[in-house]
Design a protein around this ligand. Structure first.
Ligand code: PMV
Length: 357
């Protein structure tokens, strides 16, 4: 048995524009998805999800993943969750050259689904890591990031950048521009996250921006301007001392860029009333800046504030379901626990469901 975990992320800046080759800077946060993988003696996949957004379900299948048993959660969410796990399994089987490997998989996530915090990337990264290790193969974090990207790309019909998966695999702050992905040094940024309890449809939101961009030159210019914001922010971060607390000047400059970025994302049609209300609540509470994070449409905003004020104000904001401080997580994917390997357990006691654990 192997248990691996990987962090979620917030976008300091650059979501959506990154899809068109502009740079983006996502930052890993201390909220993780944890995936437990146990090899089976058959080729079945059994997935148990215990998630913030899903009350919990278990599905088991072999071969065709089109089969869905009756479960008491919305079908779309089950399909999404199983789709990502399934794509991770395919990558692990391929990496370990074990096309018929079967697994019992448990997913536990502290990251709300589809809310802009990179939940699917964290599940896919941790899942590939745990499943390959369970098959005796250890992938370098860069290869893991690449395989996780390919898994997301398949599930999202090609509407995925490398940002989430690279950030989750490597940890810390990263810079992604097309296929060029690297870690960057930053001081510890005081992120506060507000969550409206909802989720956006990434595919639909990305498609909406694509249409606008094709229709109007000024929408294409808006996407390029987001790239300019990212380049400006990056050079501020490059001048900062990563080992000291961020200066007030740095925080207020980054905050101003976040505000600008949110305005452009709003113009591109990917914000929502609840996200805007949380952004304004954060700004009025004295945050250096605030913006939506991820695809938008609903989900989370991220603000910069080293004081407790923003979190308190968000908690008193009607549209905000949860508000929390999100420390930068400098660690990417990691092994939490590893048990004896599958072959050593092949004649272990079956559990109550008649399955080997
Ligand atoms: O909402 P998330 O965390 O899946 O982020 C989506 C970010 C986009 O730039 C809109 C798409 C992408 O794959 O980069």
């Amino acid at each position: 048995m192997i248990v691996s975990s990987a962090p979620g992320k917030v976008y300091l800046f650059g979501e959506h524009a990154v899809v068109y080759g502009e740079p983006a800077v996502p930052c890993a946060i201390e909220r993780r998805a944890t995936v437990t993988v146990d090899a089976r003696t058959d080729d079945h996949i059994r997935v148990e999800a215990r998630d913030l957004s899903l009350d919990g379900f278990t599905v088991e299948y072999a071969g065709d993943t089109g089969y869905r048993p009756d479960v008491d959660v919305p079908e779309g969410l089950v399909d999404a969750a199983v789709g990502y796990v399934d794509a991770a399994v395919e990558q692990a089987r391929d990496a370990a050259d074990a096309p018929d490997a079967g697994f019992d998989i448990t997913v536990e996530s502290e990251i709300p689904l589809g809310a802009g915090l990179g939940s699917s990337a964290a599940v896919v990264v941790a899942g590939i890591d745990a499943a390959t290790r369970e098959l005796g193969v250890e992938l370098a974090p860069e290869e893991l990031a690449d395989r996780a990207y390919r898994a997301e790309y398949d599930v999202q019909d090609g509407q995925a950048s490398r940002a989430d998966t690279f950030c989750s695999a490597m940890g810390g702050a990263v810079r992604v521009e097309g296929d060029d992905c690297r870690q960057i040094d930053t001081p510890n940024l005081p992120f506060v996250v507000g969550f409206d309890g909802g989720a956006g449809d990434t595919g639909e939101l990305v498609a909406g921006v694509r249409t606008l961009r094709e229709e109007y030159d000024f929408a294409a210019d808006t996407v390029e301007s987001i790239g300019d914001i990212v380049r400006t922010g990056e050079s501020m971060l490059a001048d900062a001392d990563p080992d000291s607390e961020p200066t007030d000047e740095l925080l207020s400059e980054l905050g101003r860029l976040m505000d600008f970025d949110h305005g452009l994302l709003e113009a591109l049609g990917v914000s929502s009333r609840t996200l805007d209300n949380m952004v304004w609540a954060a700004r009025e509470a004295g945050a250096h800046g605030a913006k939506l994070t991820g695809a938008g449409g609903g989900g989370c905003i991220v603000a910069l504030d080293e004081t407790p004020e923003t979190r308190t104000a968000l908690r008193y904001t009607a549209e905000c379901r949860d508000a929390f401080r999100a420390e930068l997580d400098r660690e990417g994917v990691r092994v939490e626990e590893s048990g004896p390997d599958a072959s050593a357990r092949s004649d272990a006691e079956p559990n109550a469901e008649g399955e080997r654990r």
